[in-house]
Write a protein that binds this ligand. Structure first.
Ligand SMILES: [Zn+2]
Length: 75
């Protein structure tokens, strides 16, 4: 177990900020992840069903996004 931990540490040099670990998973997003590996905004997208938990846009994203925006305005 300890060996595995060490391995991971060695893969990340000290001068490189660990970007992959702490990034929002949504496609094209460069924000830091805050909740469930998404940034605040994309976590809401995920909850609204706009993106999958892998950060991929759903097929009917456009339609859902409009709906999402509309519901946001009301609230
Ligand atoms: Zn994001």
């Amino acid at each position: 177990m300890a060996e595995k931990k060490q391995e991971k540490t060695q893969l990340v040099p000290n001068n490189v900020v660990s970007l992959t670990d702490n990034r929002c998973k949504a496609e094209g997003c460069k924000s830091k992840s805050k909740k469930a590996e998404f940034c605040e905004e994309h976590f809401n997208w995920f909850k609204a069903g706009l993106i999958t938990k892998e950060g991929k846009y759903v097929i009917d994203f456009e339609k859902k996004y409009q709906h999402y925006l509309a519901s946001k305005k009301v609230a």
